[in-house]
Design a binder for this molecule. Structure first.
Ligand code: CUA
Length: 337
């Protein structure tokens, strides 16, 4: 019977070892004080009952007692705070070499895209023993990615990428929930995380997918005409994107920031929000033209340029302004190394 009614989720990822002790400590502190308070109430109710003490006795307070009941709980609270913060920080920083998966949440489903091009709905396949970082965004309202067996939970917001990571430690199939009320079918927004042996995972990965995320992104990069401005040669009318990801970018107003996923996304949807120093604000707005899945593909492509820069043939004719107006898809010949 108890297998159908589990009192505690399976422990299937690295964070179980960090989150569970903290959780049990909180439960222990709560039980200790609850029991203590109720015992005191009961004992005092009997000991000082009216038939024994008909006349209440005034007491004047005691600094020592008050200081004790202030300092001890303060110490306990700070201890919990420091412990919790330590767990939280290890949670918030995905390891650099983690396997990257991208997820889109929408009313009422989960969609995942793997770097190799595999796509899945309400299922997420991951290898055991490997760090996995899932970068998430919502297409509509706030959702929350929650895998109890991994102790992994992250709010999924519209307009902002957030990354949750975990290292599965046991193969198996585990519940994925949406843990933020998001509308009528919120309770149906569930799925499964399938943790596989690395070899099985490779087989699974090879079984499907229409080209990698980056290659789909490259197609979009051409389709939207990005390539006619973002180039390394003399035809460039916008910054070259090779090596951009992860680098510090300098803006016209003197500010800087690291080019992460959120920056790339903003620059595509609202290019005038931040103008890169040395360039004109001529890029059209792509708000409403690129959906979240396409955005992830474009970003994957821009990231891939760090290892594999786009080569534009320097001898190819550069489309001039007139040509561009007549046919915005005109683009120079591109050679892949
Ligand atoms: Cu999505 Cu609740």
């Amino acid at each position: 019977m108890w297998t159908d009614f589990p009192l505690f989720p399976a422990r299937a990822a690295n964070f179980a070892d960090k989150v569970d002790p903290l959780y049990f400590f909180l439960v222990a502190v709560t039980v200790f004080f609850s029991v203590g308070i109720f015992l005191t109430i009961t004992v005092f109710a009997i000991k000082y009952r009216r038939s024994v003490h008909p006349q209440a006795e005034q007491i004047k307070g005691s600094l020592a007692v008050e200081a004790t009941w202030t300092i001890i709980p303060l110490g306990i609270a700070l201890f919990i705070f420091v412990w919790g913060a330590a767990v939280y920080y290890s949670y918030g920083a995905p390891p650099k070499n983690a396997l990257r998966v991208y997820g889109t949440a929408k009313q009422w489903m989960w969609k995942f895209q793997h770097a190799d091009g595999q796509r899945e709905i309400n299922e997420l396949h991951v290898p055991v023993g490997q760090d996995v970082a899932v970068t998430l965004i919502s297409q509509d309202v706030i959702h929350s990615f929650f895998v109890p067996a991994f102790r992994a939970k992250m709010d999924v917001l519209p307009n902002r990428y957030r990354t949750v990571w975990f290292r599965p430690t046991r193969t198996g199939t585990y519940h994925l929930f949406c843990a933020e009320y998001c509308g009528t079918a919120h309770s149906g927004m569930i799925g499964w995380v399938v943790v596989m042996e690395p070899a099985d995972y490779e087989v699974w990965l090879a079984a499907g997918g229409e080209g990698s995320l980056a290659s789909s992104g490259e197609k979009l990069f051409r389709h939207f005409g990005c390539i006619s401005c973002h180039r390394a040669d003399k035809g460039a009318r916008g910054p070259d994107l090779a090596g951009l990801y992860g680098r510090e970018v300098h803006f016209q107003d003197g500010s800087t920031r690291i080019a992460d996923e959120n920056y790339l996304r903003e620059s595509i949807l609202a290019p005038k929000a931040k103008i890169v120093a040395g360039w004109q604000p001529i890029m059209p707005v792509f708000q409403g033209q690129v959906n979240e899945e396409q955005m992830l593909e474009l970003i994957a492509y821009i990231k891939s340029l760090n290892q594999n820069p786009l080569n534009v043939n320097p001898n190819a004719p550069v489309p001039d302004e007139e040509q561009r107006k007549r046919n915005p898809q005109v683009e120079p010949q591109v050679i892949r190394p």
